[in-house]
Design a protein. Sequence first.
Length: 434
Amino acid sequence: MLEENACVKKLRGLEETCWYNPKRKSTAEALAECPLGRADVLDAEARLQRFAPLIRTLFPETQPQDGLIESPVREIPEMKRRLEKRHGIRIPGRLWLKMDSHLPISGSVKARGGIYEVLKTAEDIAAGEGILRPGDDYRCFDTPAFRKVLSQYTIAVGSTGNLGLSIGIMSAKLGFRAVVHMSADARQWKKDLLRARGVQVIEYAGDYSEAVAQGRRLAEQDEKCHFVDDENSRTLFLGYAVAALRLKRQLDARGVAVDASHPLKVYLPCGVGGGPGGIAFGLKLMYGDDVHCYFAEPTHACCMLLGLCTGLHNEISVQDIGIAPETAADGLAVGRASGFVGRLIEPFLTGCYTLKDDRLFEMLAQLADGEGVFLEPSALAGMYGPVLMRTAEAFRRDGAVPNATHLVWATGGQMVPEAEMNGYYRRGRKLLMR
Ligand SMILES: *Cc1c(COP(=O)(O)O)cnc(C)c1O
């Protein structure tokens, strides 16, 4: 049966693949069938507002935004010019970058979902222990009494790196015991940074799925341990979704109109799916049919596209079609997608594509040269989307829209050590010379 699926055949051959979602529905229809809705996202935003005074105190870098963990959005016209030149095309409309690479505290998109889940867990525990009441000033968490209570609890997570950073940094700051189960592909500097903050890092020889499975198993044996389940967590998902409310405010403030004749096209790097899924869901709530969301994956870690085009979601992995999830995009090095996210996002998503690692490095260097912005390789996956709108048969119809706003979601980069970033940049420059 799988042999008959043309999409699977391309993925198996490690070809760059574009897939236009045949199961997408109108936003109204999709929302009517969805287990989550606007109220859930507003609830998450309200919780983040309650915690804002505490975050502002604990992390002074969030003061300019009053304790909200938010990133800038900016137009990148020079990058647009470079993409056009390199690929011999014109990209109609404007090109923007949402810089989650520069989110405070942990410098990646995981600072949205990951930190939100730690905060919600802390709130639930404090309320359950009877030390927090509705209406309290949440700066009470920054007291020895609260830390003492939270220190009896553990927060654990399995991660390729960035989720571990977000969960570890915030958990340790609030006084939790923090344990991060890291897959083999996680960068050394991420492990070192966590250990320096008092987080216990357990390393695995296997991939991300193994780190998650082991972490989940250990956590189940401890009733005072909360395991952040990247593959199944609604809490993480809603933390990510809040991004859409914030983005709408930012685009409104810039006078960027989004309507039927000025669609917003958003390109999101996808690993297990929670980050891009949550953000895409939030965007559909805010903009309805006027926003089109695309997920981007490395050819070697095409788990979400594989799950979607077969309809098997988490019941199939890239290993099942003979691919090892090896990619320089460590934030996306996932072999099996979240089934929860795949099923939920299916009617909302416009399309998916895969791209080769070399392109990530080329675009990394182009963005650095053209705009002075440095991202980690994973975060460039979305940057190829605007090109594909013109060059890929599957997306050609979409690409013709003259007044589109193309928004690339830059998911990480700020915390990458300089020497590491220089290595990425040099690899990209070399590829551009070819
Ligand atoms: C985790 C991550 C993603 C994707 O998020 P998922 O929830 O795993 O799909 C994208 N980019 C970077 C840099 C990440 O760390």
